[in-house]
Ligand binder design. Structure first.
Ligand SMILES: *Cc1c(COP(=O)(O)O)cnc(C)c1O
Length: 412
C-alpha cells in the first residue's frame, strides 16, 4: 500500500520541486488537478502582463516596432523549449481551432486530387468539426484507451484519396501518447500530409517535430504551457513546405511588405505567411514568460516527472479507486501516456461535481464516463496526487456524489 509518506519522499527527491514556488498557489487546501484545461498562473506571466499594460499606457502606438515580432519570437522560443523544431518554423497566433483550419485548408489546396481528411472518432470535437467543414472526413475507430496506431492510418489511407491525417499526439480523454514516428510515416506513405495537434502534448512530453518529419502541427498554450485563458495558440509548418502552402486567411499580417499597403495579397516568405491579423500582445506577453519557465525546467525533466506522477496515480487508483467501481481509462505504461490520467466510473459526472463542491479537489469530467486528473509537472506535487485520490476514495465510499444531479452543466 502506498502511503502519504511515500509520496512525500518522491517530492523530496524531485528536481523540479522548487519551480512550484514560481506559480500563484492556493491559500487553502484546494487540490488543483485540472492544469490540462487551464494551467496555473506563473508569477513572471503576471509581471510581464503588468509591464505590457504599462507599455500600452505610456508608449501607445510607438511600442509596435517592439511588439510586432512577438509571434515569431515566442514561436522560436517554444520551438526550442519543447517542440523539437528549428527556428523559423513556429508561429504563436490565433486559436488552435483557427490554426487547424488554416493548415488543414492549406494542405487540401496543395493536394487537389485528394478530398478526404482522416481523423479519429474520439478526437477532440473542435478538430472534427473544423475538418468536417473542409471536406469529406474519414473517422478511425481506434481503441478508446490506447488511441490510434499506424495500422489504423495505413488502412484509412489505402484508397489513395486522403489529403491530410490529423490526430492528437496526446489524447484529451485517455491521455494516450501516440507513436508519432510510425503514424507520420503511415500518413506520408499513404500520400497524405500529417498534422499533429499538440494541445495536450506541448509542455507535457518531449515532442520531436523535426525528427518525426511531420509536415504540420498546431496546439494550445493555455494547458501545460500555462499561457493563460484564451492565450494565443501555435502552429508549425515544416520549413521546406512554407513557400508552397498558403493560408486560406489572406490577412495583412501574412502579407509581404505589410506596410506598403499594396493592392493585392502576396504571401510573405517563411512561417510569417501563416499569420492573419494583429497579434494579441497581452496574451503573447504571458505565453513568453510561461514558455521561458518550461525552457528553464527542461522538457526531459518535465516528461520524466509526468511519468512518475501518472505512475503514482495509476498505482493509487488500483489500490483505492478500483474497489469503488473505477476503471483506469488511460494506458498502464508510462511511456504510452502524457501527463494526465483518466478514471472511468458510471457516476463520473456526479463524482466530479462532488469533488469540487465537497472535497476541494478540482479535476474535470469528459463524457461519457471519465474523470481526468491532470498532473502538470511544473507545479504538481506527489502528495497532491495522493491527496486527490484519497479524497476521491473517501467521498465515493461515503456516497456523497449521490447528492449531485446527473444532468450535465454548461461547462464541464
Ligand atoms: C484544448 C484543445 C483544443 C482547443 O482549441 P481552442 O481553439 O483553443 O478552443 C483543440 N484541440 C485539442 C486536441 C485540444 O485538446
Amino acid at each position: 500500500v502506498t502511503s502519504r509518506e511515500d509520496a512525500a519522499a518522491l517530492d523530496a527527491a524531485d528536481p523540479l520541486a522548487p519551480l512550484r514556488a514560481r506559480f500563484e498557489l492556493d491559500e487553502g487546501d484546494r487540490i488543483y488537478v485540472d492544469g490540462n484545461s487551464l494551467g496555473r498562473l506563473p508569477l513572471t506571466a503576471r509581471e510581464r502582463i503588468a509591464q505590457l499594460v504599462d507599455d500600452w499606457a505610456e508608449r501607445l502606438v510607438t511600442a509596435w516596432p517592439d511588439w510586432i515580432e512577438a509571434p515569431s519570437r515566442v514561436g522560436d522560443l517554444l520551438a526550442g523549449a519543447c517542440l523539437g523544431a528549428p527556428p523559423g518554423t513556429v508561429l504563436v497566433a490565433d486559436s488552435t481551432t483557427v490554426n487547424l483550419y488554416k493548415l488543414a485548408a492549406a494542405a487540401l489546396a496543395a493536394r487537389p486530387a485528394r478530398r478526404v481528411l482522416v481523423t479519429d472518432a474520439g478526437e477532440f470535437p473542435t478538430d472534427r468539426y473544423v475538418l468536417q467543414g473542409l471536406g469529406e472526413v474519414r473517422l478511425l475507430e481506434s481503441d478508446p484507451v490506447h488511441g490510434p496506431d499506424a495500422t489504423d492510418v495505413v488502412a484509412a489511407c489505402a484508397p489513395g484519396d486522403v489529403a491530410l491525417v490529423c490526430l492528437s499526439l496526446v489524447s484529451y480523454r485517455s491521455g494516450a501518447l501516440a507513436d508519432a514516428h510510425a503514424i507520420t510515416r503511415a500518413a506520408q506513405d499513404g500520400g497524405a500530409f500529417m498534422l499533429w495537434d499538440l494541445s495536450h502534448a506541448a509542455g507535457a512530453v518531449e515532442v520531436e517535430l523535426e525528427a518525426v518529419g511531420a509536415e504540420l502541427a498546431v496546439g494550445c498554450t493555455y494547458k501545460y504551457l500555462n499561457g493563460g485563458p484564451g492565450a494565443p495558440a501555435f502552429l508549425y509548418v515544416r520549413r521546406d513546405l512554407q513557400d508552397e502552402l498558403r493560408s486560406p486567411i489572406q490577412g495583412w499580417f501574412g502579407q509581404r511588405d505589410q506596410f506598403a499597403m499594396g493592392a493585392g495579397y502576396e504571401p510573405e516568405d517563411g512561417i510569417a505567411r501563416f499569420g492573419a491579423g494583429t497579434p494579441p500582445m497581452l496574451g503573447l506577453a504571458a505565453v513568453e514568460a510561461a514558455v521561458e519557465l518550461v525552457g528553464e525546467a527542461g522538457i526531459a525533466r518535465i516528461r520524466a516527472k509526468a511519468a512518475a506522477l501518472t505512475d503514482l496515480a495509476v498505482a493509487l487508483g488500483d489500490e483505492r479507486l478500483a474497489p469503488l467501481g473505477f476503471e483506469l481509462g488511460s494506458p498502464r505504461k508510462a511511456v504510452l501516456r502524457g501527463a494526465h490520467v483518466s478514471f472511468r466510473h458510471r457516476d463520473a459526472w456526479r463524482i466530479c461535481q462532488a469533488l469540487i463542491a465537497r472535497a476541494n479537489v478540482v479535476p474535470d469530467f469528459r463524457g461519457p464516463d471519465s474523470i481526468r486528473f491532470g498532473l502538470p509537472p511544473l507545479y504538481t506535487r506527489f502528495v497532491d496526487v495522493w491527496d486527490a485520490v484519497d479524497r476521491t476514495a473517501t467521498l465515493v465510499a461515503a456516497g456523497e456524489h449521490h447528492d449531485f444531479p446527473a444532468e450535465l452543466a454548461r461547462v464541464t
